[in-house]
Design a binder for this molecule. Structure first.
Ligand code: SF4
Length: 488
């Protein structure tokens, strides 16, 4: 059984999930973000291709070259090699992004990252990644004298062709890697032993942790935890989860009356016991009375790219490619407006479209407003001529999701307030289930392929219509929810 660098980082985050992946692949959940991961992987290849341009005389090894063939191929001093692979006797496996053979027979490892900084958090620890690569090569008998990380330069602004030496930064991390090395080697050895552990793991430690820590394998390891469990309680602490489990309580409705809970948590308990929503009608009325007509229910779809694709853009900036607006006037007339870019372009036309459609009128309403206001701030920098309009939108933006934080609590939302959890409960006739596009990740994937690889679609018009339908439902859903709220 082999252990890659990605496996090792997964082990550091959660040994049990790696064990499941290695030992019971058929039970390993596919994960809702697989499309997003695919996009990240493609972007990684793109950044790597630019990194290779930093070393014009580098030798590209065959993608499928084996560690034995690698050994024969790495014969020239002073040379850079791309993608050589190595495997240790215990099964630790590494593909080195760029490797230099120094004149003194030592080696310099370059790790390429599509982030715009060196990350050292639990899920992405680039220094431990680099330690892993060094470990594998050291175990295979190579003397590593230097380790560097190449990552995107967040200050880079594309103008014309991409300039690799400006797009990328090379950071020498030899010292940091050496400091972490022996402790990381112990962890690598522990992970190699753990994945070969001949026990049937049926529990995992997230039973003790809050929901934000859980991965898709939580249900596999903890089948006793069903819907409406204590993990759905808003901001429940690990200590309180432990206390409840100590009392033998796993379901929200079994929580004893005298157990200390926050106001929001108490509302959740009340909702499940009464099997009905708990609504603060007065507070909702007051909030909604502040909105000024016309009400513009607005939603953007965006396409973020690691390597900027358009002049004026920096790494990881979003291209806003689509907008849907439902405008509700004070006489209850509802109009729908939509715009979908059909080429990869700065959102000049999109912005002109919104400004012509709404002007500086009324209130803008979105769901999780920091997303829309964040894009508006980016566009203010790109298009100073629209700054005053975009500032108007941000200053007159109301986040409809906030109503569901405390003023409208329903146990059927399962402790979440995303529009996809709220809509089917308030308006069962409306659902995303029948749409071809189910979420924002699918939307950006489809649009990205439509503009960059249209040949992958048999029917481009249908794909465009699917995008329009998806974004339209996002804003129509807000209108439906708003109308329910004002009738309370
Ligand atoms: S739920 Fe938590 S402990 Fe369990 S496998 Fe997932 S990340 Fe690991």
């Amino acid at each position: 059984m082999q252990l890659s660098k990605t496996n090792f980082i997964q082990y550091l985050h959660c040994p049990e999930s790696l064990w499941l992946l290695k030992n019971k692949k058929e039970d390993y959940p596919k994960g809702e973000f697989s499309l997003f991961l695919e996009k990240l992987i493609k972007e990684g290849y793109e950044v790597e291709a630019y990194a290779q341009e930093l070393f014009p005389n580098g030798i590209k090894l065959s993608s499928f070259i084996t560690p034995q063939e690698t050994l024969k191929a790495l014969k020239d001093n002073g040379c850079y090699y791309f993608q050589p692979s190595f495997v240790t006797e215990k099964g630790a496996y590494a593909i080195i992004d760029i490797l230099k053979r120094n004149n003194d027979d030592t080696w310099h490892i370059y790790e390429v990252k599509s982030s715009s900084s060196i990350k050292t958090d639990k899920k992405h620890n680039h220094l431990k990644d680099a330690c892993f690569q060094k470990y594998v090569m050291t175990e295979c008998g190579y003397n590593i004298s230097q380790v560097s990380i190449i990552h995107l330069n967040k200050e880079y602004v594309k103008q014309g062709d991409i300039v690799p030496c400006e797009l990328l930064e090379i950071v020498d991390v030899t010292h940091e890697v050496n400091n972490l090395y022996s402790a990381t080697v112990n962890q690598i050895n522990a992970s190699l032993n753990f994945i070969k552990t001949d026990i049937n793991l049926t529990r995992c430690s997230c039973i003790e942790k809050t929901r934000s820590n859980h991965c898709d394998a939580f249900r596999y390891f903890n089948p006793q935890i069903q819907e409406h469990s204590i993990y759905e309680l808003n901001r429940i602490s690990a200590k309180k989860l432990e206390d409840l489990r100590g009392l033998g309580v796993l379901g929200i409705k079994d929580i004893p009356n005298n157990f200390n809970l926050s106001d929001k948590q108490q509302l959740q308990v009340l909702s499940i016991i009464k099997e009905e929503p708990i609504i603060d009608r007065q507070a909702i009325k007051e909030e909604l009375s502040k909105l000024k007509f016309p009400l513009h229910f607005i939603d953007y779809e965006t396409y973020p790219t690691a390597v900027p694709k358009l002049d004026g853009m920096s790494p990881h900036q979003h291209v806003t490619f689509q907008v849907s607006i439902h405008t509700l006037s004070s006489d209850s007339k509802l109009n729908h407006y939509e715009f979908l870019s059909d080429t990869l372009e700065l959102p000049t036309k999109l912005l002109e479209f919104i400004e012509e459609t709404t002007g500086k009128t009324g209130t803008f309403i979105s769901w999780y407003a920091p997303f829309e206001t964040g894009r508006n701030k980016e566009m203010m920098q790109q298009f100073p001529e629209h700054k005053s309009y975009l500032e108007y939108i941000n200053q007159h933006m109301f986040d409809l999701e906030t109503i569901f934080h405390t003023n409208y609590v329903d146990y059927r939302f399962l402790g979440k307030t995303s529009i996809k959890n709220v809509l089917p409960i308030l308006e069962p006739k409306f659902s995303y289930k029948n749409l071809e596009i189910q979420n924002g990740t699918m939307a950006l994937d489809i649009w990205g392929r439509l503009v960059l690889q249209p040949e992958t679609f048999q029917d481009v018009e249908t794909a465009k219509n699917n995008l329009l339908e998806y974004c339209k439902l996002d804003t129509l859903a807000m209108v439906k929810i708003y109308k329910k709220l004002i009738q309370l």
